[in-house]
Design a protein. Structure first.
Lengths: 107, 123
């Protein structure tokens, strides 16, 4: 099975900060990588698919990059509504594993 | 509007069985693969199982393989998860999610999720 490892597990940031979360796959997954956002008590929401494609309706301050085994989600200017937990997921092969999550908190 | 509504969650004893259902509406159900994802209280997301549009391809997480069975009834726009030999560690909120695809059909992602149904395994 492909293991997905995110870092950091949590971070504190201020509104307006540039934030980057990384995700590493245990083997190459090309660009079969998705990013999700989950706010407390809410359902996960897809932000990025195919490593760098922005899902419809997602603000352009979110961007994704990477290929192979190393990926990143960047929020260019953190907004209040972005405080949440972020998960990567590989869609390369089954089982379609998630990372352990990165919690973005207010500093 | 796409809607996914899960049901069937309950409090059950270890070793018992439970069947979850997910009723889909607002889209052509048999155009899409469907997946189950679970989230233990205070924990992260765990992919559980997926089924192709016609049931021809089915996958499971190692943690549930041999105990859980995913199925679908396209005539009823419904997805199911039969859960047998339940364990304490199966306690979680179980989400049904649609596995969508990009315009070229190469990339897949979970684009719509239900609100989840809670399964609690406890003696």
């Amino acid at each position: 099975d492909i293991q997905m490892t995110q870092s950091p597990s949590s971070l504190s940031a201020s509104v307006g900060d540039r934030v980057t979360i990384t995700c590493r796959a245990s083997q190459s997954i090309a660009t079969y990588l998705n990013w999700y956002q989950q706010k407390p008590g809410k359902v996960p929401k897809v932000l990025i698919y195919a490593a760098s494609s922005l899902q419809s309706g997602v603000p352009s301050r979110f961007s994704g990059s990477g290929s192979g085994t190393d990926f990143a989600l960047t929020i260019s200017s953190l907004q209040v509504e972005d405080f949440a937990t972020y998960y990567c997921q590989q869609s390369y092969t089954a089982p379609r594993t998630f990372g352990q999550g990165t919690k973005v908190e207010i500093k | 509007e796409v809607q996914l509504v899960e049901s069937g969650g309950d409090l059950v004893q270890p070793g018992r069985s439970l069947r979850l259902s997910c009723a889909a509406s607002g889209f052509t159900f048999d155009d899409y693969a469907m997946h189950w994802v679970r989230q233990a209280p205070g924990k992260g997301l765990e992919w559980v199982s997926g089924i192709s549009w016609n049931g021809g391809t089915i996958d499971y997480a190692d943690s549930v393989k041999g105990r859980f069975t995913i199925s679908r009834d396209n005539a009823k726009d419904s997805l199911y998860l039969q859960m047998n030999s339940l364990r304490l560690e199966d306690t979680a909120l179980y989400y049904c999610a649609r596995y969508s695809f990009d315009s070229n059909g190469f990339y897949h992602f979970l684009d719509h999720w239900g609100q989840g149904t809670l399964v609690t395994v406890s003696s």
